[in-house]
Structures are given as structure tokens and as C-alpha cells.
Design a protein around this ligand. Structure first.
Ligand code: AMP
Ligand code: FE
Ligand code: FE
Ligand code: ZN
Length: 283
């Protein structure tokens, strides 16, 4: 295993624009040595990614980005090396995916009052069985000419201030960490500093998550603010949490490029040692 390590990417199994196989080819083209596939609330892309990596020398870390919620705030939890057949985790991710579907239909119903958009437009932009999200609605708005690209749709139409937004069911972070650990996985808080230092998790709440088995913080991520990162480095040091760095690649759905942030090899080793639910695929 050598080459840059990128531990956070999305495929068409959720809101990325490339299939798992295309994602693996893009990871190779970007010169990565290791890539984690971490679709939102789904492990459905793992096998296709493994198959594409076979014989290439690329290592694929199976993972997922679990949707959780703390109060009114959405909190994303990266989960590496979970057992994809763990029944409690499967039930919870199914519940989240179903809630996402109902919520997306509801958002689109309200958008349809003001824009030329229907649920069929969103279905056309969502791969069969994929975890649906606002990005698919954004793509449908773009296809209808209501917006120029996904980012513009988020800024000009889907931003909560315009009133179309609505949340969906998600477990609280503590429950999610317990589920991930019980499934043999390694939980890492995804981009925990995107809302600035004033909205970083409190030390008290972090201590509770660490007690439950939180393993790391994704500090090197383009959306974490510099002041939040300072606070998070201090937390990582004091709670002995690993620090990861990743791109959060979504294909053409976001400007994030593969390998723009990376994780140190010794951190990957610690994650591989801690994870018991599934194994890295060394292609
Ligand atoms: P949802 O989970 O349905 O609420 O949608 C959140 C997802 O939208 C995130 O996982 C991101 O991939 C994507 N997203 C959020 N903000 C933007 C943005 N400004 N441009 C493109 N994608 C975004
Ligand atoms: Fe996403
Ligand atoms: Fe995320
Ligand atoms: Zn992500």
C-alpha cells in the first residue's frame, strides 16, 4: 500500500456523479494509492468498486457516511470497515433512506408550485436504488433550466432561507456511533468544522462520543474553517483521536478534487487495525 490516501468519496450510489467503477478509475487517474468509498447511508457500491480495483494496485476501504442529527443540526459520521450485513445498522440505514425519499418528494411537491419540476425529473437524475438527497433535486432543477449547476441550485433555490428545505429522520450521533462500533466499524466525525468555531461540538459532548468509541476527526477538509480546525486539532490531541484528511469527492457534483486533502499512512494503519466488520480490498 503506497500513494496518497483519500478517505471520503461519493458515487452514484448516493449523490456522486460517477458510478463506483468510474470512481475507482478516477482515483487511479488521480494517482491515489488508497480510496475509501463512503456513500451516504449505503454500502451498495462496495462490490463494484472492489471489482474495478482488482489487479490495479489500488486499495479500496469500504465505508459509509451516515446521516445523523444533533438537535436541528445535521451531523455526518464516516464509518469505515463496518459489517455490511449487521442487521441493526442495515435497519437504521434503510430507515434513513426511506425518510430521505419521503422528504425529497415533499420538497419537490413544494418546489413544483413555483418551478417547472416534477418528481419524475428527480427520479431521472437518481441512479436506481441510490440514497436520494438534495443534490438530485438540484440536478433536476438544472435539467429544467432553473439553475446553471448543482452549486448554484443549492445557493439560489435549495438554501433553507427560501423555505423549500425540510429535514429528514436521522439518529443522534451517539446512537450512530454505538451502531457503527457494534458493526465492527471505525467512526470518524465528517467535516466537523464547517460551521465555524462557534458551532464546533462542545468538549462535553465530544467526551460522550469518545466514550462511545468515536475514533477520529476529519480535520483536513475544504469546508472546515481555519478557526474551527484549530479547536479540533486541540480536541484530537487531548482525546487521542486520529486526524483524517479527505476530498469528499462527488464527481462533477462538487468542485472537490480527489486527493486534495489526504490522510497519513499511520492513521490509516490505526483505522485498519481498529476495524473488524469488513476488510480493505487490496487490488
Ligand atoms: P441532503 O443530505 O439531502 O440534505 O443533501 C446534502 C448533500 O448536498 C451533501 O452531502 C452534499 O453532497 C450536497 N451539498 C451541500 N451543499 C452543496 C453545495 N453548495 N453544492 C453542491 N452540493 C452540495
Ligand atoms: Fe453528499
Ligand atoms: Fe458530509
Ligand atoms: Zn460526504
Amino acid at each position: 500500500m503506497s500513494g496518497p490516501i483519500d478517505l471520503h468519496t461519493h458515487s452514484t450510489v448516493s449523490d456522486g456523479t460517477e458510478t463506483p467503477a468510474e470512481l475507482v478509475r478516477a482515483a487511479r487517474a488521480a494517482g491515489l494509492g488508497t480510496v475509501a468509498i463512503t456513500d451516504h447511508d449505503s454500502t451498495a457500491g462496495w462490490q463494484e468498486a472492489f471489482a474495478e480495483a482488482e489487479g490495479t494496485g489500488l486499495t479500496v476501504i469500504p465505508g459509509m457516511e451516515l446521516s445523523t442529527r444533533h438537535g436541528s443540526k445535521s451531523v455526518h459520521l464516516l464509518a469505515y470497515l463496518i459489517d455490511p450485513d449487521d442487521s441493526a445498522l442495515r435497519e437504521e440505514t434503510l430507515r434513513i433512506r426511506e425518510a430521505r425519499l419521503t422528504r425529497a418528494e415533499s420538497i419537490v411537491a413544494r418546489l413544483a408550485a413555483d418551478f417547472d419540476i416534477s418528481w419524475a425529473d428527480v427520479v431521472a437524475k437518481t441512479a436506481h436504488g441510490a440514497t436520494v438527497g438534495r443534490p438530485h433535486i438540484a440536478d433536476a432543477l438544472v435539467a429544467r433550466g432553473a439553475s446553471t449547476d448543482r452549486s448554484a441550485a443549492f445557493r439560489d433555490i435549495l438554501h433553507p432561507k427560501f423555505g423549500y428545505y425540510e429535514p429528514h429522520y436521522a439518529p443522534d450521533p451517539l446512537t450512530a456511533i454505538q451502531l457503527v462500533r457494534a458493526a465492527g466499524g471505525v467512526p470518524v466525525l465528517a467535516h466537523p468544522g464547517t460551521r465555524g468555531i462557534d458551532n464546533v461540538i462542545t468538549e462535553e459532548n465530544l467526551a460522550i462520543l469518545v466514550d462511545a468509541g468515536l475514533f477520529g476527526l476529519e480535520i483536513y477538509h475544504r469546508e472546515n474553517t481555519p478557526d474551527a480546525m484549530e479547536r479540533l486539532f486541540d480536541f484530537a490531541d487531548r482525546f487521542d483521536l486520529v486526524i483524517t484528511g479527505s476530498s469528499d469527492y462527488h464527481g462533477e457534483g462538487k468542485p472537490n478534487r480527489l486527493g486534495e486533502n489526504t490522510t497519513e499512512p499511520d492513521v490509516l494503519e490505526r483505522i485498519l487495525t481498529a476495524g473488524t466488520g469488513s476488510e480493505a480490498f487490496c487490488g
